[in-house]
Ligand binder design. Structure first.
Ligand SMILES: Nc1ncnc2c1ncn2[C@@H]1O[C@H](COP(=O)(O)OP(=O)(O)OP(=O)(O)O)[C@@H](O)[C@H]1O
Ligand SMILES: [Mg+2]
Length: 388
């Protein structure tokens, strides 16, 4: 959205209202001020003066200066000054006194007058100079008020623009996530199609030949694992479940997951070892933590295309329960931040949701998860949880 342009600066001549009951004073002053470039009007009493000040203000062509005789009949000049200043604080008042009276000048100034003139006007230049100064002050005050108004309006516009931007950004992020999910759905769809077809074909072959050889069984097992994981990841990411934590032995849970995965891994030439130090019980959702351990072990095994070793370790570190999944594969190919980003994958058939889901689950359990390279080779996935 475009912000409005600042208002134009005032360049028109200054307006002066002369208020004096003596016609001759009005005429002399008006002529002098017109010569000085002012737009001048004259009235002869206080009520007329206030009415004129009000009217011009309402018409948005306000007077800059009012030159008011202190000794007006009826409403006195000082009352005009008081009421005028109250209603129109930006108008400057210059009072006319009939004689050089220090007291009356002080009184006028204390009521808000900018300056005063002494009748008769002997020094015309001084009268003109005082009126110019008063007009300049009024102009400056009006400009700074306009600036403040502009600034306030700009701030309000800016706030609206920022709110709009935030909304748009949030919408864009949501839209991007959604489209990534749709993308993942279609990829998973494709991913499911081929393994299912291949499973069907192999099952048919096995059925017609009267049995399943060990190699075939391992292939089928791997395909099924992959399918189950991809479907579970997609569903979990699209509709995350709130954890239902109860105190558990994380080492026992890790042992159970490793037992499940072991046959498939050993068929691929991967050795899975448990190195479990005693740890305190943790308050966890066993299904979710099981999923984390499974994801991390599968990631490690996928890094070991040509076979290798995975070690799952548990131990207490500074009163926190830790579980590490170590492998001796090639190590990490991107920054840990990237690897935890949803849909980041380096695998042709990966969905890139595994680690993002792990992170979400671990954080919901008030824990932390990290990935790092090991020396001399391999990677470590480390989770850390507070004891129950
Ligand atoms: N042990 C590891 N060694 C090397 N790289 C790893 C390891 N674990 C994870 N990665 C890297 O992190 C990336 C993201 O892992 P993540 O589990 O999120 O997705 P994925 O395994 O690619 O796909 P999926 O969603 O099927 O799990 C992997 O593609 C891989 O590049
Ligand atoms: Mg993975």
């Amino acid at each position: 959205m475009a912000l409005s342009r600042p208002s134009l600066q005032q360049t028109s001549p200054n307006r002066v209202l002369v208020v004096d009951d003596q016609e001759v004073v009005c005429e002399v002053l008006s002529a002098l001020l017109r010569r000085e470039g002012f737009l001048v009007e004259a009235v002869h009493d206080g009520a007329a003066a206030l009415a004129r000040l009000d009217a011009m203000n309402a018409a948005q062509t306000p007077f800059d200066v009012a030159v008011v005789d202190k000794n007006l009949p009826g409403m006195s000049g000082l009352r005009v000054l008081e009421a005028g200043k109250r209603r129109h604080p930006l108008i400057e008042f210059v009072m006319i006194t009939g004689y050089a009276s220090f007291e009356s000048a002080v009184e006028a100034l204390s009521l808000g007058a900018y300056d005063y003139l002494v009748k008769p006007f002997i020094d015309i230049k001084e009268v003109a100079a005082k009126l110019h100064r008063a007009a300049e002050k009024a102009t400056l005050a009006r400009r700074s008020e306009a600036l403040a108004r502009d600034l306030k309006a700009k701030n309000a516009e800016l706030e609206v623009a920022i709110a709009e931007l935030k909304r748009t950004r949030a919408q864009a992020i949501r839209a991007a996530r959604l489209s990534a999910l749709v993308d993942a759905a279609s990829r998973i769809g494709h991913e499911l199609k081929h393994p299912v077809q291949s499973l069907r074909a192999r099952l048919d072959a096995a059925a017609s030949s009267g049995g399943l050889g060990p190699h075939l069984a391992a292939g089928l097992g791997g395909d099924l694992d992959r399918l189950e994981l991809a479907v579970a990841e997609f569903l979990d990411f699209a509709r995350p479940r709130r954890p239902e934590p109860t105190p558990h032995d994380l080492a026992a849970l890790a042992t159970q997951i490793c037992r499940e995965l072991e046959p498939t891994l050993s068929a691929r030439g991967v050795t899975l070892t448990l190195a479990l130090e005693p740890i305190e019980r943790v308050s966890i959702d066993p299904r979710q933590l099981g999923q984390v351990v499974r994801n991390l072990v599968i990631n490690a095994s996928e890094a070991l295309a040509a076979g290798g070793e995975i070690t799952v370790r548990t131990r207490m570190v500074e009163q926190r329960v830790t579980l590490a999944v170590d492998d001796d594969g090639p190590g990490l190919s991107a920054s840990a931040d990237d690897l935890f980003t949803p849909f980041f994958t380096s695998k042709p058939t990966g969905t890139g949701l595994g680690l993002a889901i792990c992170k979400k689950i671990i954080e919901e359990h008030r824990g932390q998860i990290a990935l790092e390279n090991r020396v001399p080779r391999g990677a470590r996935a480390l989770i850390e949880l507070p004891p129950a």
